[in-house]
Ligand binder design. Structure first.
Ligand SMILES: NC(=O)C1=CN([C@@H]2O[C@H](COP(=O)(O)OP(=O)(O)OC[C@H]3O[C@@H](n4cnc5c(N)ncnc54)[C@H](O)[C@@H]3O)[C@@H](O)[C@H]2O)C=CC1
Ligand SMILES: O=C([O-])CC(=O)C(=O)O
Length: 260
């Protein structure tokens, strides 16, 4: 499997190391890379033997089968359609972009016409299987997430004392915190939609982990799940599990016997 990567930050570097050096996905290699910072691109290209593409247009002319986005919500908005139109599948980290229903529908339409697929890894949370099963026939009544992170991982958070930075819907949360609450959108896509998913973001100076507490209720019963994530070493905003979930998603793609 030939892969191309957009974004060379924490998740991007982790994927380059795991796939190109540690060979954690059999028969896969990241052959090309595009990132906004040229210095970073040169360093990564040297270290991991992936070709640099100065723009996404030229990256799409490469023979990669699949593009992994590990950049920003804006990058998904800008490049997703052309990636799918080029016939390549797409793995999205910045799932917040799909909160916009019109954008979601437009990408879905492009996938149908071009026989391509979008993979949305579970990111820094779990429990999506429960929500999908719960709503397959029965009723899902409520879904919510409480995210608690150290202030260094949240914009505008005070360093002295716990503070609720946001309380409202996932749709509003991702508009205000596009780099911090992608988890609420993947949750909403598995469950009740971005307008109907409750979100609370708490900044907590005592927190050492990025924790996400998910509650859901419906005709299946109740779900209560807490994930306590270690942050990535160089970016406290991003949980290690988010990077791992992309590897899992790539592995899952080729599995003959799929769990979940
Ligand atoms: N789904 C989930 O559960 C999670 C999603 N994320 C999201 O994953 C994405 C990547 O996370 P990190 O690697 O930690 O971020 P990072 O900030 O460490 O790296 C982002 C990289 O993207 C590059 N970039 C930014 N805009 C670009 C553009 N328009 N075109 C090409 N490259 C561009 C930057 O130069 C940088 O190399 C972020 O959007 C983050 O919010 C992060 C954690 C959890
Ligand atoms: O990594 C995390 O814990 C969550 C996160 O940043 C996001 O959802 O954007």
């Amino acid at each position: 499997m030939k892969l191309a990567l957009i974004g060379g930050g924490n998740i991007g570097r982790f994927l380059l190391q795991s796939i190109n050096i540690d060979c954690l996905i059999p028969n896969a290699k990241i052959i090309g890379l595009h990132t906004r910072c040229q210095e970073q691109a040169k360093e990564l290209s040297r270290e991991f033997e992936a070709e640099i593409f100065e723009d996404v247009e030229s990256l799409l002319k490469s023979d990669a089968d699949l593009v992994i986005e590990a950049a920003t919500v804006e990058a998904v908005e800008e490049y997703a359609a052309s990636i799918l139109l080029s016939g390549k599948d797409l793995v999205v980290s910045s799932v917040g972009a799909l909160a916009d229903r019109e954008f979601y529908k437009c990408l879905e339409e492009i996938c149908i016409l071009n026989n391509t697929k979008i993979h949305l890894p579970s990111g820094a949370i779990g429990g999506l299987d429960v929500l999908k099963a719960a709503k397959s026939i029965g009723e899902l009544d409520s879904v919510s997430i409480i995210t608690r992170k150290p202030p260094q991982a949240l914009p505008g958070a005070p360093l002295d004392g716990e503070k609720v930075l946001f309380e409202g819907s996932a749709a509003e949360a991702i508009r205000l915190f596009p780099k911090n609450i992608n988890v609420s959108i993947i949750l909403s896509l598995a469950g009740l939609g971005a307008e109907n998913t409750g979100v609370k973001i708490i900044s907590d100076p005592a927190a050492r982990k990025n924790s996400h507490t998910i509650e859901a209720a419906g005709s299946f019963g109740k779900l209560s799940l807490q994930v306590e994530n270690d942050p990535m070493p160089n970016n406290p905003k991003t949980s290690y599990l988010a990077a791992l979930s992309i590897l899992a998603s790539l592995k899952n793609r080729d599995e003959l016997i799929r769990v979940g």
